[in-house]
Design a protein around this ligand. Structure first.
Ligand code: SF4
Length: 588
């Protein structure tokens, strides 16, 4: 191992950003004593993206605190490093001890986005891990996956021995313990997989039969759940170079397109007291100059004022910026961002008309959009607006409404500031009907229609001075939808696409549309077979996962959407979604 490590070290001066692979970050746990069992967390994207992933850091911390166990990390190497590894016949190594990834007791991939599926194979390939679980040998590492894509694991399930569906805080360590014990006792691979199959949230694809069910893993006591007190400080500037505090899980808003909002129910808040303690601990132990208070809708957090009262003076005295990444227009107050050095605010009305916002249950009224003018009074000259295109029932009138909002904000800015000059940046994603949402049965609009609507909006926005427009590629949006709603057949498509050169699909400079089209065709499939509308009584590939929220509730929400009827925010009362059977909603 020492030889591989020193061979590897010699490559570092020859690649771009060697700090991605060198390790030795501040707060790295002591790895000198031997471990009974170890796990390598593999993040299928570059170091600077992966180091910003809160989930990986939490799980890494939990395992490293457990007596006798160890967690290390590995990120997808950039293409220049991959080339060097292949040239020198060096397998993919962990960052901390430079141990070959394939030699860990458990290898765990965190998959947060469908366009990372080929990167999983890229990492397995470089590591020397056999792609398909069914082809692995007795002594091979147990390879698992987790992360947000576990909501529908079927397209990638054949690549894994097990998948943790839901939250990994309790499941991952228990799984590592049982695999380690199984190895110590000399159990066969099949016996080990059997032994982990009753851990809440664990899906073992090789055991799936008719009637097989998996209950999503949920951290019931979020207040006392383990959290990172000493985050790793990246050696290469990461996407979010800051301490991140998760205020709560789940979301009370019930936006009908939002997968995370339903998947992470029940809603569990951490007290402001504990949040403040954790934030101070993280800031002390890292020296970060920015603290991010994050969750699906941060300004909805019950303890926000108390937390700000506690943290604002602390941060101000130390020159630390406090960032609130996701604001709800209706609850925005100018002093919420008083510690932010940023000159731009971000809001997400999601749709251009009240009618369509009611359909998607985005409870933002026209009057509330006008409230953005409070930000102009507070001195903001720049604003980012997020919208979605292709939502169910959308017409050109709704798209024109986006341009109308921009015009109105320009007028309001003029009134408040008595000058022109407001910069508006409009970003428009394409709607993807994701599993575990009331829109999981919807079809995605066709590729041609996406292009038409994008050009239509671009034309409208060009007429307004000071408005910039960016949009998500139609190609990647169709692929993302197909992969999100797919079944086991797609594992062959993913493998074919990878072998034909698809990799880093989320990066526009690397995305190969023709390779993906050929991969679908080669298996007698089309993307439209997966983006089509589904009947309400059709069996969906992800139905075997009990997510807490009832399918009937999702169907009812869909029906309300078509009638344009909104559902109240859960903070005003429980709407009976079914998530309570998985634990308490602490906001009730
Ligand atoms: S509907 Fe009720 S159970 Fe479901 S998330 Fe809202 S408060 Fe919790």
């Amino acid at each position: 191992m020492a030889d591989i490590a020193s061979e590897f070290e010699k490559l570092l001066p020859e690649v771009e950003k060697p700090g991605r692979y060198s390790g030795g970050e501040w707060n790295t746990p002591d790895m000198s004593s031997p471990a009974r069992g170890d796990m390598c967390f593999c993040f299928p994207d570059l170091y600077e993206i992966g180091m910003s992933n809160l989930g990986v850091q939490i799980l890494y911390d939990i395992i490293n605190r457990a007596e006798g166990f160890r967690a290390e990390r590995c990120f997808a190497p950039s293409l220049d490093m991959a080339k060097k590894l292949r040239e020198h016949d060096i397998p993919l190594l962990s960052i901390e001890t430079k141990k070959p990834v394939k030699d860990f007791t458990v290898v765990g991939f965190s998959i947060g986005f469908e366009l990372l599926y080929t990167n999983v194979l890229y990492m397995m390939d470089l590591a020397g891990i056999t792609f398909r679980a069914a082809d692995r040998k007795e002594e091979d590492a147990i390879v698992i996956a987790g992360g947000p894509c576990s909501v529908n694991p079927e397209p990638f399930a054949p690549f894994f021995d097990a998948i943790v569906c839901g939250e990994g805080e309790e499941a991952d360590l228990e799984l590592l313990r049982r695999v380690t014990e199984g190895r110590d006792k000399g159990l066969t691979r099949a016996q080990i997989l059997n032994s982990i199959s009753d851990i809440e949230g664990v899906y073992v694809p090789s055991l799936k039969r008719e009637g097989y069910r998996v209950k999503k893993a949920v951290v019931r006591d979020f207040e006392n759940a383990p959290y990172i007190s000493k985050p790793l400080v990246p050696t290469v500037e990461s996407v979010h170079d800051r301490a991140t505090l998760e205020l709560y899980r789940g979301c009370a808003s019930g936006c009908r397109f939002c997968q995370a909002g339903f998947w992470y129910r029940p809603i569990r808040e951490m007290s402001a007291k504990r949040c403040a303690e954790l934030a101070k601990d993280m800031l002390k132990s890292t020296g970060f100059g920015e603290l991010s208070l994050c969750s699906l809708s941060t300004s909805d957090y019950t303890g926000l004022e108390a937390l700000e009262d506690e943290l604002s003076p602390y941060c101000r005295e130390r020159g630390i910026t406090m960032a609130l990444p996701s604001l709800r227009i209706s609850s925005f107050k100018p002093d919420m961002a008083k510690d932010s050095r940023k000159s731009s605010l971000t809001f997400a009305p999601e749709a251009g008309t009240q009618r369509l916002r009611d359909v998607i249950n985005k409870n933002v009224s026209e009057a509330e959009i006008d409230k953005i003018s409070v930000a102009f009074e507070a001195g903001y000259d720049s604003i980012k607006l997020y919208f979605m295109m292709g939502l169910p029932t959308e017409t050109d009138e709704d798209i024109a409404g986006i341009a109308e909002i921009c015009r109105r904000l320009k007028r309001l800015y003029m009134e408040k500031r008595n000058k022109r000059g407001l910069n508006i940046s409009v970003s428009c994603a394409v709607f993807i009907p994701k599993p575990c949402t009331p829109f999981q049965w919807e079809e995605q609009i066709s590729f041609e229609e996406m292009k038409r609507r994008q050009f239509y909006l671009r034309g409208l926005l060009r007429e307004i001075k000071g408005v910039s427009f960016s949009w998500h590629g139609a190609e990647t949006s169709v692929l993302e939808a197909a992969l999100a709603r797919g079944d086991g057949r797609l594992s062959y498509v993913i493998e074919d696409a990878y072998r034909a050169g698809a990799c880093f699909d989320g990066w526009s400079e690397y995305f190969k549309w023709d390779v993906w089209q050929a991969a679908f065709e080669g298996r007698g499939l089309t993307m439209q077979m997966f983006t089509r509308a589904r009947d309400l009584d059709e069996k969906l590939p992800w139905d075997f996962i009990d997510v807490g929220v009832d399918k009937k509730y999702l169907a009812k929400e869909r029906e309300l959407a078509y009638r344009g009827v909104t559902t109240r925010n859960c903070r005003e009362g429980c709407n009976g979604c079914g998530a309570l059977k998985m634990g308490r909603c602490t906001i009730l």
